[in-house]
Design a protein around this ligand. Structure first.
Ligand code: 13P
Length: 245
């Protein structure tokens, strides 16, 4: 089942949340699960729109409670209506110095709390240019092989090459297809068998203009969309492309 996930980052749709959700909620979903991930304070607002769209958070703490000023626990996200949580986004890794150990703890706690994690992995240009992509991604998957995965609860992977995020330079469909084969092999090698067929999404400058090329190879299980997800019409055009693929 494909997923189309909007990551608003620290933005709101210019047309307003109600108008946005009305447009997106009117989409013929087909077999695509649509998830919208707003900044924390808007989780409830989105859930209350009753648009038939799932709600996700963009991050969570690795702790359920305590003296952690500014943090939000997975259980609090559940109470605010989130069913999904993005973890390990490259902006968290680079701008907020999140390391593999912290992301692994967040993954464990999210799974134990009943959230579906959307675990982001992806290489920077230096790794891509040095021909080390396969090993780099396998390492990211290996260090995320937490005990909680044994429960078999769903985890979604998002392949987001850092050089393609917010740059207008997307990976080609052929490149993504090739990389997804390597990610799948690493999942089969390092994660419990229940996750061998985990959905793998692509993210990085996805727009209505490149969606057909990206889905053409038939290996992508959906998209994690940043900039283009803030415009409901563009987001729906990507949705239509995903359904065509
Ligand atoms: P853009 O679609 O703006 O490149 O962002 C991708 C992303 O980071 C989604 O999580």
């Amino acid at each position: 089942m494909p997923y189309l996930i909007a990551n608003w980052k620290m933005n709101l749709p210019p047309e307003g949340i109600d108008a946005y959700m009305a447009t997106v909620g009117a989409a013929e979903p087909g077999d695509v699960t649509i998830v919208v991930c707003p900044p924390f304070p808007f989780l409830r607002t989105l859930g209350a729109c009753g648009a038939g769209v799932c709600v996700g958070a963009q991050n969570c703490s690795d702790q359920q409670s305590g003296a952690f000023t500014g943090e939000v626990a997975p259980s609090m996200l559940r109470r605010s209506g989130a069913d999904f949580v993005i973890l390990g986004h490259s902006e968290r890794r680079t701008l907020f110095h999140e390391n593999d150990a912290l992301i692994a703890r967040k993954l464990s706690l999210a799974l134990e709390t009943g959230l579906t994690p959307v675990l982001c992995i992806g290489e920077d240009l230096r790794v891509r240019d040095s021909g080390q992509v396969s090993r780099f991604l396998a390492d990211q998957i290996k260090v995320a092989a937490v005990d909680a995965l044994a429960s078999g609860e769903k985890v979604i992977l998002a392949y987001e090459p850092i050089w393609a995020i917010g740059t207008g330079r997307n990976a080609s469909g052929a490149m993504v297809a090739e990389t997804l084969v390597e990610i799948r092999a690493a999942l089969e090698r390092f994660w419990p068998a229940a996750h061998a067929r985990a959905p793998i999404l692509y993210g990085g400058s996805v727009t209505p203009d490149n969606v057909d090329d990206l889905v053409e190879h038939g290996t992508i299980d959906g998209f994690l969309v940043g900039g283009a997800s803030l415009d409901a019409r563009k987001f729906l055009a990507i949705h239509a492309g995903l359904r065509r693929g």
